[in-house]
Write a protein that binds this ligand. Sequence first.
Ligand SMILES: *[C@@H]1O[C@H](CO)[C@@H](O)[C@H](O)[C@H]1NC(C)=O
Ligand SMILES: *[C@@H]1O[C@H](CO)[C@@H](O)[C@H](O)[C@H]1NC(C)=O
Ligand SMILES: *[C@@H]1O[C@H](CO)[C@@H](O)[C@H](O)[C@H]1NC(C)=O
Length: 804
Amino acid sequence: MLLRLLVVFALTLFEAHAETQGLFSDDVEEFERSTNQSLLWAPYRSNCYFGVRPRFINENPLMMGLMWFDASHAQGISSLRHFVEQNDRLEKYGYELYDPRIGGKEAIIDRENNLNLTIHFVKSKDGENWAVRVSGSPLDSSKLSASSLVVYLSQNGPGGRLESEHGKTSTEKRIELKGSAPELGDYEITIEDISGQHYKRGPALGPDIDGSKTSHMSLTVPGDQVWKARDIFQSLLTDSIQNIITSGIPMDALSIPSALMIRNIHNFPPGNFHFVQKTFDLAEPFEFDIIFNNKASRQPIGSSAEVSNLISWSTNELKARFDSKFDIKDSSLKQFAQETLANLLGGIGYFHGTQLVDRSTEFDEEQFNKIELRAPREEGPIQLFSSVPSRAFFPRGFYWDEGFHMLQVMEYDFDLVLEILQSWFLLIEDDSGWVGRELILGSEARSKVPEEFQVQNPNIANPPTLLLCFSEMLTRAQEFQDSIAGGAEESSITPSSTEELLKRPELLMSFAEKVYPKLLKHYEWWTGSQRGFTEEYSEVLQDGFHPNEAFRWVGRTFTHCLPSGLDDYPRAQPPDVAELHLDALSWAGIMSRSMKQIADVLNMADEVDKFSKIEQNIIENLDTIHWNADQKCYCDVTIDDDFDELRRFVCHEGYVTLLPFALKLVPRDSDKLQHYVELMGDTDKLFSDFGVLSLSKQDEYFETGEAYWRGPVWINMNYLLLDSLLYYFQGGGENQDTATAERARAVYSDLRKNLIANMHRVWSEKGYVYENYNQRTGNGSGVQHFTGWSALIVNIMGRLPVTL
Ligand SMILES: *[C@@H]1O[C@H](CO)[C@@H](O)[C@H](O)[C@H]1NC(C)=O
Ligand SMILES: *[C@@H]1O[C@H](CO)[C@@H](O)[C@H](O)[C@H]1NC(C)=O
Ligand SMILES: *[C@@H]1O[C@H](CO)[C@@H](O)[C@H](O)[C@H]1NC(C)=O
């Protein structure tokens, strides 16, 4: 079946390619241009509560950020918000609706600052211009707070400038800045009040120490320091207050908001960095706009009325797009899903900078102690377009997470996924084939990472989820092309405006051509560096054993196997260099399958043969090496000289043992499927009211140690399990016995229902999605506001069928 699809797809591509040779490159270029345009501007500074920057402008991008605090008391300044911090304990922050191509709405509930803040981001249809509407109101109007909002803007670089009409400072309700940069051309930024009362309850302390007026201060801040805007603001303000005190200007409680206005006390000459500060009396709501217009655009955003129109247009558009992709009737579930997806998309950032790599530290693989990476070198700069696991805690690219993020995004914007995969794939090194498992680019990104985790090393791999995702995309494209080639009048898939790639396979082909050499290198690096030592197994495993297709994770320690992504999941004790990891083999299978598919798209028959063979070997090795007939389960293995058979199975039922099933590597007609269904559905082991547990309740390591992957429910794995149940058993599971198929259907429906009910409950109570869910209570645990792979609940709610 699959092969037939592949052949049809290849033929379709071949024809498309031959017929449109002339138009081919034009088409690709047009697609790229519109992608570039629609994705140029967005709040791509994922680590900020709100910060805009352009994509692809690396050296001297226009940078914008928003900060706020309560200026009614002197300590307010220490609660100045800028970067997302879990310690800020905001009751809520995040997008309610969002799409980087369109814009969205972020809601912030900040009790400590008594502020209910709404931030709308919109763009002109040509993607060149954008506007931000900042609206605030008090959470408790009986408190006399004064909300101070600080916008900063910066345009550095040769040929870059950003200056105000009025020279050094301005105190108008409307501030106009004129800017210019080589990549952007000339542009204008206006910051304008719409409503609200500036602070007037106390007296001004001087002409430029006046809370009732907008403060505007311009100075020079080097490009690599712009991210420190918060520190700069605080230190300038401290200087100003000291000056007020030493000048003997009388102050009282009511004049504090004025004293907390930024001013140019050091007489810095104007530069390309601007602070604009507005302090509103929170007796009533306030609203102001920041509007960016490129002078060359024919669709300028001319007024605040137009911003209002764009807000209503984009709100409707975002809702309509969501509804066209996800089918969720219940209004509370729908809101949960919309926000969760919006926050995953809202985590998409654009990163540029150097990374720290240690290429010289030797790996002593016999030791199994933590290897300290003490010889980092700064390399790059490089760039990355990627989503993040959590804006507060992990605002950077993660190789292991990103494939899961994209499995979710794929259902919403197919084309966007390719753009992100491309960014990752282009970072694969031409000579080594390596790419870092965490991409921490530049000092802004590094400021959020403890030093011991900053350094990357080219011996360490991670599960290649990006290839899992790419494989899924190719399968999808094949199915679509097949439905057309098969002459089906009504294709079950109707491509939308964000599925150009489905409609025009030549685009996907051009992409495949571009990334194939990189992926091949990556494949060779991954399989080469993680290949297991198999000599000793050759003595005991003969029939059907393929010694080249056996793998283990390099870099495990006594207690952890960080490269596997399942950190503390139990492994062989004591560790041994000759152990073979079931999950490493399974992931190698996914890589091989994906390489086979992409080679097929490119009509490379020899490569298709080669990778099919490897994939087949891997599937056979699952049985030959890892199948434990007594326990009826695939397991890790290790070499034990005290053991008659030499090979010892290391069986810890849970995510590792489920992986061959979760990755669809078990043949559809395999009689082993029944054991999987049984294990997954066993309430004494893995099945719970909150999802499938990471480790069996009967395992000796269950809930021991830090209990990170030793019990809690993780959504990425549960999603794979549901998707696999669908793959194997939809319509009954042709080659399965009826009892197994029936059981599979029950496990599927119950699991889906339990996951949704529990995550929705926690979200309703706490307002957040979590990194994982407690195995006993279902309560959220780990990082809060983890709308990375936990966001796969949106597919579970809105894409996966209710029953098989
Ligand atoms: C899209 O942007 C990338 C990065 O700046 C650039 O290399 C490419 O040429 C652009 N494509 C088109 C068609 O403008
Ligand atoms: C915050 O303001 C928005 C918009 O005015 C409103 O819908 C929402 O209910 C407010 N939230 C709280 C907690 O007051
Ligand atoms: C789980 O959360 C609920 C409400 O959020 C709380 O009432 C309950 O005590 C929590 N359970 C545990 C064991 O922490």
